[in-house]
Design a protein around this ligand. Structure first.
Ligand code: ADP
Ligand code: ASP
Ligand code: MG
Length: 407
């Protein structure tokens, strides 16, 4: 008997009606003869609500306790789904992340899975039960509850699929699959029948929240095929896998955007070796990931340096940079989160020169100023003003004819 791991996202378990529907869907998958592990997210906006609840206490709260709080959301939905399965005659058991053996490091709020002790899950599967696991959570070596970063249930599911040697990991969500752009913004976006791990990893890392990037990394590492599909429709979804024949002819596969960006500028930085090291080491020590960096042309032995980070980390980065400005003798700094990143992604780009130029021309035609650029073999990203995002992604989608990608 093959094993399938199914993950249901927050919107798919947002209320009891939906949980009952999800239970019926799982029952029909079981009727096809599969052993089933289900991973669930918290109901609807529960995680955001828990975060908001805690802000009533203050800012910069203790991260260990925040993780203990946030993990409760997934425990609720796991128990409710197990109850709903039981009610329709399916033997089921809910397990917290740690009961399921999910181990992580102790980097609270963005912990990484370090291993899975699969014995308990296997025991329950052998007993013929559907195992419902609370996603997004693990246990550190010290025995503390951790969470795996926003969207982390995707990673729980893929990691569990890898550890159990599952046939497939199905990510059930509120859209029919992976589209050429966020279908909630670009109405003409097309569902992709398949996409390579590399392209999906870029898209997800560049802001497409449909799947957590870490989940794609796991799938790539352990060769797990993922299918992204709609919880409430029987349409086939998108397969994320090793190689697809699409890359033979598509130059651009998708457009992604990320509005959770912030930009920091440092003025009149002395032009000497070691300065960039001082700035970025200080940020790394504070746990801030730097994305794009730009350094202006030198004038009188001084440069301006600007870089982007995730806007959630701005409150951590600003005091660090203020200190660094004094330490290195720069003249000042600026910061703001009214920027966003738009990107085009496609494996065919590496053998087709001129794609980046075409992107810049589209933005120019729309009168959108490009503040920063970064490229890799399969993507081009630009930082622009946040107000221009919708115009930019719609124009890029048209330019690269993504509405005809399946023709
Ligand atoms: P879940 O609660 O199921 O985890 P998410 O909200 O995390 O769902 O992810 C699904 C959402 O991802 C969709 O509703 C859609 O708005 C967004 N999205 C962004 N980019 C894409 C894309 N390229 N294809 C499909 N959905 C996308
Ligand atoms: N509930 C968590 C979140 O909202 C994890 C997830 O949905 O995957 O980010
Ligand atoms: Mg999600």
């Amino acid at each position: 008997m093959g094993l399938i791991v199914c993950k249901f996202g927050g919107s798919s378990v947002a209320g009891i009606d939906k949980i009952n529907k999800v239970a019926s869907r799982i029952k029909s998958l079981q009727a096809e003869g599969y052993g089933i592990v289900v991973v669930v997210s918290a109901m609807g906006d529960t995680t955001d609500e828990l975060l908001k609840l805690a802000t009533g206490i203050g800012n910069n709260l203790n991260l260990r306790e925040m993780d203990a709080l946030l993990a409760t959301g997934e425990q609720q939905s796991a128990a409710l789904l197990a109850l709903a399965l039981d009610k329709i005659g399916c033997k089921a058991i809910s397990l917290t992340g740690w009961q399921a053996g999910v181990k992580s490091n102790s980097n609270y709020s963005k912990a990484k899975i370090s291993g899975i002790d699969k014995q308990r899950m296997e025991k329950e599967l052998t007993a013929g039960k559907i195992v419902v696991v609370a996603g997004f959570q693990g246990l550190s070596a010290d025995g503390d509850v951790t969470t795996l970063g926003r969207g982390g249930s995707d990673t729980s599911a893929v990691a569990i699929a890898a550890s159990l040697g599952a046939k497939r990991c199905m990510i059930f969500t509120d859209v029919d699959g992976v589209y050429t752009a966020d279908p909630r913004i670009v109405k003409e976006a097309q569902k992709l029948p398949s996409i390579t791990y590399e392209e999906m990893l870029e898209m997800a890392s560049l802001g497409a929240v449909i799947i957590q990037p870490r989940a794609v990394e796991f799938a790539m590492l352990y060769g797990v095929d993922i299918e992204v599909l709609n919880s409430f429709s029987l349409e086939p979804g998108t397969i994320i896998t090793e190689v697809t024949n699409m890359e033979q002819h598509k130059i651009v596969t998708g457009v992604a955007h990320d509005c959770k960006c912030a930009k920091i500028g440092i003025f009149d930085v002395p032009d000497k070796p070691g300065i960039a090291g001082i700035i970025f080491s200080a940020l790394a020590r504070a746990g801030v990931n730097v994305d794009m960096v730009i350094q202006s042309a030198m004038r009188e032995e001084r440069n301006d340096i600007a870089f982007t980070i995730c806007s959630d980390d701005l409150h951590l980065a600003v005091p660090v940079v203020e200190e660094v400005v004094k330490e290195i003798g720069a003249s000042g700094m600026s910061y703001g989160d009214n920027v966003a990143k738009v990107s085009i992604i496609g494996a065919g780009m590496q053998s087709n020169p001129g794609v980046a130029a075409a992107m810049f021309e589209v933005l120019a035609t729309e009168n959108i100023n490009i503040q920063m650029i970064s490229t890799s073999e399969i993507k081009v990203s630009c930082i622009i003003n946040e107000d221009d995002v919708e115009t930019a992604i719609k124009a890029l989608h048209r330019k690269f004819k993504l509405n005809q990608i399946n023709d």
